[in-house]
Ligand binder design. Structure first.
Ligand code: ATP
Length: 255
């Protein structure tokens, strides 16, 4: 069976550094996959390649049966890939609601003039977009924060807001880059539940890069581990965590 996402022999170099080396992975529709590995293993580069932020040097990326390797980022987003970033990329001075509304509007078509004059199709869409955005905020437990400026939200809430905004793009594939970074254990546990909930509710194929192993083990039935740009293990959390290469990568040679 073909996967929703397939990377076939993908390589990315930065000068002398091989950030991703002949990487082949397959993610089936509806899967929730954890991508782990020590710092600098190449995980974020994989997301950057899938989303077209970096051009691929070698290999092919297939999404939903179509090669997306040569496409631009905005084209890949339109095909149904949404992501969050390790370093938050919200509009800090806009409200939480406005941040999500920008993503909802990605689907809509109206003229520049209609938008400037707040009339025509823009007007008809506006309340529908607000309702839809509130729905995603509610899903991420942020309804009460809707009218607060994004930049003033607690850090954990800002991370959840990024996920709400990604969901509003109605993707087929959601890529979460360290969604629990900077969170305390209680927030990590809450986020783990939210990730499982949205995966179930939206039947959304999801890949999660994470250093919090409790989140990976608790949430992802399928785990891929990278080191030095290569896949070193793949399987259930238990199989991967006990794989000698993975133990060596995390704990050093003496293992
Ligand atoms: P972390 O868990 O620390 O975020 P990572 O597994 O996501 O690490 P990447 O950020 O993908 O790792 O980096 C892989 C390698 O590629 C590293 O050696 C990094 O320094 C290098 N690299 C990544 N992006 C660039 C870039 N834009 N220019 C040069 N080198 C880069």
């Amino acid at each position: 069976m073909g996967g929703l996402l397939e990377l076939n022999g993908v390589t990315k170099r930065f000068g002398g550094i091989v950030a991703v080396k002949e990487l082949s992975i397959k993610v089936n529709e509806g899967e929730l996959v954890g991508l782990i590995g020590p710092n600098g293993a190449g995980k974020t580069t994989v997301f950057n390649l899938i989303t077209g932020l970096y051009p691929v040097d070698e290999g092919r990326i297939i999404f939903n049966g179509e090669e997306i390797t040569p496409l631009k980022s905005y084209e890949i987003i339109r095909k149904g890939v949404a992501r969050t970033f390790q370093n938050l990329r919200l509009f800090p001075r806009a409200t939480a609601l406005e941040n999500v509304m920008t993503a909802c509007q990605n689907h809509l078509r109206y003229s520049f003039l209609e938008a400037c004059l707040h009339m025509g199709r823009w007007r008809r869409y506006e309340s529908a977009i607000k309702d839809e955005s509130m729905y995603y905020l509610e899903k991420m437990g942020l309804k009460e924060r809707a009218f607060q400026r994004a930049g003033t939200l607690p850090y954990g809430h800002q991370r959840r807001l990024e996920i709400a905004r990604a969901l509003a793009l109605k993707p087929k594939l959601l890529l979460l880059d360290e969604p629990a970074a900077g969170m305390n254990p209680e927030e990590v546990a809450e986020l783990s539940e939210l990730i499982v909930d949205i995966h179930r509710e939206f039947k959304l194929t999801t890949m999660v890069i994470e250093h919090h192993m409790d989140l990976v083990v608790g949430v992802c039935p399928h785990v891929i581990c990278m080191n030095f740009g290569e896949k070193i293990a793949e399987g259930t959390p238990n199989e991967v965590m006990n794989h000698p290469e993975v133990l060596r990568a995390y704990l050093g040679e003496e293992v």
